[in-house]
Design a protein around this ligand. Structure first.
Ligand SMILES: [Zn+2]
Length: 664
């Protein structure tokens, strides 16, 4: 057997230097408002693209040499790239944060209250990004991936009293045979060596180095601002002469990282995304939004929607974060994963200011203060959405680092698709591993079929349904349906404890133990035994024979228990499933045999009540019935908490310990 290389890469770059015919372009980066007009080009700026594919997942990274891009612009780019077949959650647009590019955010206009954004330029920028991605897609080559890093001391300073400077250059390179297709490298120093008087377009040190790399190595070189926060180069604002010094020294570091780089075993891309709601506490930012200088589409009641993601290539993890996280916000989270390599990309999909950890918040950068002049430097906190948003970002990164295993237990084929299809689709799409356990064989859930045939069909249809939700593994326990109460409880519970100790799920999804209006004994018994097993699996005194088989105790952290009709008064978890509704409908539609019987039974019930229900009586195909009913039912649930489609659960986690403990 020969192993075929799965990872493919395409790359391209397109120039985005403003053209004279666009009219006035304001230079962005330093003194906000009353910014000077661009006059000349020191070095041309670009949008650079890498497309990565493993045959299953496809990701696009675009590094754009501008000061920042806000969500409204990112959304337009995503709209266009969707047309090229990319999923929105797989599109990552980075700003390099050069302080010598055109105003792309609105904060550098001619006078206070007037945006400096040139709309003709923005359209051009977007077209060039799309052109660059289109070209990159045309020539995807199988690649080897390598990683190298080099600490470059004495080039970075941190004006904040916290002195732990982050100073490592990181490089990921993609090579087809002997040719470099592209690379992405990071260095955690603000591109701000051009000074405040500068009116020439420049990519600053990253842009110039990217040009050198491309000239010497071939391929396309993307720069990403690493875990930089407010760290400055030692030549901050000293102009083009010093820029050259910085370029030489950082490039030496790049060459060294490249020389010592090692191959990464990488045949698969794994992507996880956490959507986050960032609270806008900063009144200045809110004012910019009110003045329409910022035009953030997702701001609702002071909340800005955003996301952090992890792109995993072997043991390499690229973490994408909006804005500019401080090293102290993220580094402590990475420490416990000693065998993994993390590459942080900031300014991704939104340039929404600094994210500062609580223990560094409000520290006055004393170096800037001149007490004799009674100066008050208010620091980077003024360019941050606020402490709450910082902590939300930190939580999301913490969360995204660890993969979760989700085990859903369904007494009958259709239960988990119906009650938790949206939740499971969401878990799967966020990169978690979903395992579905089906307890019974559904031999009787059919109309006019022999049991053997019903068992076979329901099993196949369950597999299809769970796969449609994104499940990686399906386990059938094959107890005869609707007679679970005849199975020895001890036998059943041991089966669940064994499953939990074998697969070590972080999350269990199943029926509730207190189903007020539940009539189905299989549901009640499964709920009882599974929830019981969650408790028993973590005792080293129970089912000790498991330990002889190499199993260990395991504690399930969270449980999502179905509540929708069964126990509405205990609902404490409301999930917006609007974007997963199609997947849910698709999954439920797969249970053809079960649904046929369900509709048949409902028709009999209607008749027994002297009712005629057109949806059941007429020759309407089952998939359409499923579509109508699932939409109807889950829109009613969604409406109860203000979303289009919703699912509800009783969620159990650490409970009162949440108030006593601190996150680790
Ligand atoms: Zn059921």
């Amino acid at each position: 057997m020969f192993s075929e290389k799965m990872m493919k890469c395409g790359a391209h770059k397109a120039e985005i230097t403003p053209k004279p015919e666009f009219g006035d372009i304001y230079i962005a980066g330093y003194a906000t408002m009353e910014a000077p007009l661009v006059d000349g080009v020191h070095d041309p700026i670009h949008a650079r693209t890498l497309v990565l594919s493993d045959g299953n997942e496809r990701v696009v990274l675009v590094s754009v040499e501008v000061v920042g891009l806000l969500q409204d612009e990112i959304n337009k780019i995503k709209d266009d790239l969707e047309g090229l077949g990319f999923k929105r959650s797989r599109i990552f647009v980075l700003a390099t944060h050069t302080h010598a590019g055109p105003d792309t955010m609105g904060m550098w206009g001619p006078f206070i209250g007037k945006s400096g954004v040139n709309l003709r330029y923005m359209l051009f920028l977007r077209q060039q990004v799309v052109a660059s991605v289109t070209q990159a897609l045309k020539d995807m080559k199988p690649v080897d991936v390598s990683y190298g890093e080099k600490k470059i001391s004495n080039l970075i300073q941190n004006f904040r009293p916290v002195k732990n400077v982050e100073d490592t250059l990181q490089l990921i390179q993609f090579k087809y045979e002997e040719n470099i297709i592209g690379c992405i490298w990071t260095f955690p120093a603000q591109p701000e060596i051009t000074n405040r008087e500068n009116v020439q377009i420049s990519g600053d040190y990253p842009g110039i180095i990217c040009n050198i790399i491309e000239e010497k190595n071939g391929g396309v070189s993307l720069f990403g601002l690493g875990l930089c926060g407010s760290q400055s180069p030692i030549y901050v604002e000293q102009g083009y002469e010093k820029l050259e010094l910085m370029v030489n020294e950082v490039y030496k570091g790049f060459e060294e990282a490249q020389r010592i780089s090692e191959r990464v075993e990488a045949d698969q891309l794994e992507i996880r995304t956490r959507k986050i709601d960032l609270q806008l506490e900063n009144a200045d930012f809110a004012l910019l939004q009110t003045l329409s200088i910022f035009n953030l589409p997702e701001v609702k009641e002071g909340i800005i929607g955003s996301s952090v993601s992890k792109i995993r290539i072997g043991n390499l993890h690229l973490i994408t974060i909006p804005g500019e996280p401080f090293p102290g916000l993220i580094n402590p989270l990475l420490k416990k994963y000693a065998n993994e390599k993390f590459v942080i990309l900031s300014h991704v999909n939104d340039s929404c200011g600094y994210f500062i950890p609580r223990n560094e918040w409000n520290l006055a950068p004393v170096e800037f203060l001149k007490p004799e002049k009674k100066e008050e430097f208010v620091g980077h906190e003024n360019e941050s959405m606020g402490l709450k948003a910082s902590e939300t970002v930190q939580e999301a990164v913490r969360d995204i680092l660890k993969y979760q295993k989700v085990m859903a237990v369904s007494p009958h084929a259709d239960d988990i698709s119906i009650f938790s299809g949206g939740l499971l689709a969401k878990f799967a799409e966020e990169g978690n591993k979903v395992i579905c356990v089906r307890v019974t064989d559904d031999y009787g859930d059919c109309v006019g079929l022999k049991p053997e045939k019903a068992i076979k069909r329901n099993r196949n249809e369950a597999e299809k349904a769970y796969k449609a939700l994104g499940a990686e593994e399906v386990i059938h326990l094959d107890h005869p349906s609707d007679t679970l109460y005849t199975v020895d409880y001890e036998v059943l519970r041991e089966q669940f404890v064994r499953l939990i100790r074998t697969h070590k799920p972080d999350v269990i999804v199943t029926f509730d133990v207190a189903p007020l209006y539940e009539e189905n004994p299989d549901h009640i018994i499964t709920a009882r035994a599974v929830n019981d097993a969650c408790w028993q699996a973590s005792f080293d005194t129970y089912y000790t024979e498991h330990f002889n088989d190499g199993l260990e105790i395991h504690t399930v952290g969270e449980r999502y228990l179905f509540s929708e009709t069964l126990n509405p008064q205990v609902v404490n978890s409301h999930l917006d499933i609007t974007e997963y509704i199609e997947k849910k409908i698709n999954a439920v539609s797969q249970h053809q045999t079960v649904m046929k019987n369900w509709f048949h039974q409902r028709k009999l019930l209607a008749r027994a009540n002297q009712l005629r229900v057109d949806l059941l009586e007429e020759e309407i195909p089952d998939p359409i019935r499923v579509n109508i009913l699932v939409r109807f039912y889950y829109s009613e649930i969604g409406a109860s908490f203000g979303v289009k489609y919703g699912e509800i659960f009783r969620k159990l986690d650490a409970g009162f310990l949440n108030d006593l403990g601190n996150p680790i």
